[in-house]
Design a protein around this ligand. Structure first.
Ligand code: HEC
Ligand code: HEC
Ligand code: HEC
Ligand code: HEC
Ligand code: HEC
Length: 159
């Protein structure tokens, strides 16, 4: 029994360690939202209209970052991706497994929930995401559904 518990603890530790990722560009949400004045929807265009919010890439960044001589080395790197027409390999950190269904449109548009409720104070983030703001677990989904009286039928999420 003790052996099994140690095994489980080790797995949990491995799981959370593996979840820390390092992003290819030191992107700052704070800079782009507070200083540049962009809105979430300018970059995550599908958050109100589709299941996936989507992460912007060179076609979007290129509108402002095409100066290969920029002073900031991170901006130069973005300009290199843009000039080479190479996609920035962002690592997606918030993800539900394929056997469960989640839709941004449903939660943002229909339920009117704020991004911050599920993703934290993104406007204050100076570093890119290394891990999800909240662990994406079934109890988390069901807890809010219970509170907001949304469906907790198994087939609502497992289609
Ligand atoms: C509407 C214009 C605009 C768009 C679009 C834009 N940026 Fe920026 N970005 C800026 C400005 C302005 C700065 C600040 C420049 C400065 O302070 O010298 C900046 C700064 C940066 C920096 C330097 C980091 C820092 O903290 O100063 C990085 C890296 C960066 N942007 C990445 C990106 C990426 C990646 C995208 C696409 C997802 C993007 N930007 C889209 C305008 C933009
Ligand atoms: C009810 C909770 C909730 C709200 C509200 C929410 N999200 Fe999400 N977000 C999630 C979950 C869960 C995932 C993982 C979804 C998946 O894998 O299909 C995710 C994934 C993402 C991703 C990365 C993957 C993708 O979908 O492309 C981005 C970007 C994102 N959300 C942005 C936003 C923005 C911007 C808003 C506000 C307009 C928002 N989210 C509102 C829960 C939420
Ligand atoms: C200039 C474009 C831009 C704007 C504006 C912007 N984002 Fe992002 N967002 C990005 C980029 C690039 C990434 C990938 C790098 C990172 O993880 O920080 C990202 C990542 C995310 C993720 C994590 C996606 C994942 O991997 O699961 C969430 C959540 C998110 N943004 C929410 C927001 C919210 C909420 C707002 C408005 C307050 C916002 N973003 C505004 C460009 C933007
Ligand atoms: C913060 C609260 C909150 C969280 C967290 C949340 N949801 Fe929801 N969800 C809602 C609300 C409210 C609705 C009802 C939206 C509407 O008006 O249609 C809903 C609706 C849904 C529906 C449509 C149900 C139907 O009737 O067919 C699905 C599917 C769903 N959510 C999946 C998820 C999944 C999967 C997660 C976790 C990854 C999750 N939700 C997390 C609040 C939440
Ligand atoms: C509101 C959405 C939602 C509802 C309702 C829901 N689930 Fe889930 N379920 C999820 C999400 C998201 C995951 C993946 C995250 C995780 O593993 O915790 C999941 C994971 C699972 C798993 C896999 C667990 C694992 O360890 O891999 C099973 C089995 C499961 N659900 C069964 C059910 C059953 C049975 C019901 C009905 C009593 C149900 N779910 C209702 C969202 C939901």
């Amino acid at each position: 029994m003790a052996f099994m518990l140690i095994g489980v603890a080790a797995c949990v530790a491995l799981k959370s360690a593996a979840q820390e990722v390092s992003q290819p560009i030191a992107y700052s949400h704070k800079k782009h939202v507070e200083e540049v004045g962009l809105e979430c929807a300018d970059c995550h265009a599908n958050a109100e209209t589709a299941a996936r919010a989507s992460i912007p890439n060179i076609e979007m960044c290129g509108a402002c970052h095409n100066d290969a001589e920029a002073e900031n080395p991170q901006e130069r790197r973005v300009a290199e991706f843009v000039a080479g027409d190479v996609l920035i390999p962002w690592k997606v950190v918030h993800a539900v497994p394929d056997h469960a269904f989640f839709s941004h449109r449903r939660h943002v548009k229909l339920a009117g929930l704020e991004c911050a409720l599920c993703h934290g104070e993104v406007t204050q983030m100076e570093e890119p995401f290394a891990q999800p703001f909240l662990e994406i677990e079934m109890e988390w989904c069901m807890g809010c559904h219970e509170e907001k009286v949304a469906s907790n039928d198994c087939y609502a999420c497992h289609r």
